[in-house]
Design a protein around this ligand. Structure first.
Ligand code: CO8
Length: 278
């Protein structure tokens, strides 16, 4: 016979799988022993974050909250890329209505992930530039496979990382290192990222990264859920409130930026440089 705790776990697994069955770009698997959900971004070739992928991430994060998840491990189905960041095609020659939805969904995913009640960890199994780095930084713990790159490289595209991107980095790195990394648009190697505190551990591969994330999350099994959540809120609350109270202004700032001819030219050149690699 199942214990009460097991019944709750089975019920929550079913709820998650009901939403998960409708997802195209996100794979969700909940471990029935630990209650930890592994969420795998699955939008080949590089998990660039377009509106549908962001919407599925947002739905998944809400499902985890509803189901009182014991924890989230965020990873990627790609063997080489965690996420290539925001989909540049959503920002290049943007459709006016779609680009608004795009940015408000980026805001929504960050608010849900950075402020989640349940504990979170990123198993970074591939390169993680810009928005990919932001997703990893929004988690509470980061484990990365060797010989990869990670960073907020926005200035290299002629873009300014919003203050909440900056706050996410400053939450784990010194103010000095954050300023240097953001102004230079530094992409750190795995070893460099460990040195500056951008990641917490180096793993041998994806499975090892997931295992180490799980070990981190399991530490919370003996901690009061409420005390944990309130403490996390105290640590992260200011950055969250800053965006929650200024979402429209942040959207207008983004629209002004993305619609400027200079930024459009920069995005065009960047897209060309990606194609030219081949
Ligand atoms: N968006 C859209 N398409 C992309 C992106 C992207 N971010 N990244 C790669 N692609 C495309 C490439 O153009 C290529 O397309 P195609 O097959 O049609 O030629 C395809 O994906 C595969 O790319 P690669 O051949 O480059 O794949 P690799 O495995 O060799 O390299 C990398 C993977 C390392 C991820 C590499 O693609 C890369 O460096 N990508 C760019 C990453 C980047 O700089 N992203 C920045 C996005 S901007 C952002 O996230 C924050 C914006 C904040 C805005 C704030 C405004 C106020």
């Amino acid at each position: 016979m199942l214990s009460l705790k097991q019944c709750v776990q089975v019920l929550s697994m079913r709820c998650i799988s009901m939403s998960a069955s409708k997802l195209k770009y996100v794979n969700v698997a909940v471990d029935d022993k630990t209650g930890i959900a592994t969420v795998e971004m699955n939008r080949p070739p590089v998990n660039s974050l377009n509106t549908p992928l962001l919407q599925e991430l947002s739905t998944t994060l809400s499902d985890l909250t509803k189901n009182k998840s014991r924890g989230l491990i965020l990873t990627s189905s790609s063997p080489t890329v965690f996420s290539a960041g925001l989909d540049i095609l959503e920002m290049y020659k943007p459709d006016p209505e779609r680009v608004k939805l795009f940015w408000t969904t980026v805001q929504e995913v960050w608010l849900k992930l950075y402020g989640s009640v349940y504990p979170t960890a990123a198993a970074i199994n591939g390169h993680s530039p810009a928005g990919g780095c932001l997703l990893a930084l929004s988690c509470e713990y980061r484990v990365m496979a060797p010989k990869l790159t990670i960073g907020l490289n926005e200035t290299r595209l002629g873009i300014v990382a919003p203050t909440w991107f900056q706050a996410s980095m400053q939450n784990v790195m010194s103010v000095r290192d954050t300023e240097k990394a953001l102004t230079l648009g530094t992409m750190f190697s795995t070893d460099e990222a460990l040195k500056v505190g951008l990641i917490d551990e180096v793993a041998s591969d994806k499975q090892d990264a997931i295992k180490r994330c799980e070990q981190f999350l399991l530490q919370f099994a003996k901690i009061s859920v409420e005390a944990r959540a309130m403490t996390k809120r105290n640590c992260r609350g200011k950055a969250i409130a800053d965006l929650e109270n200024n979402r429209e202004a942040d959207l207008q700032n983004f629209l002004g930026f993305v619609n400027s001819p200079k930024v459009q030219r920069g995005l065009e050149l960047y897209l060309e440089s990606l194609k030219a690699k081949k």
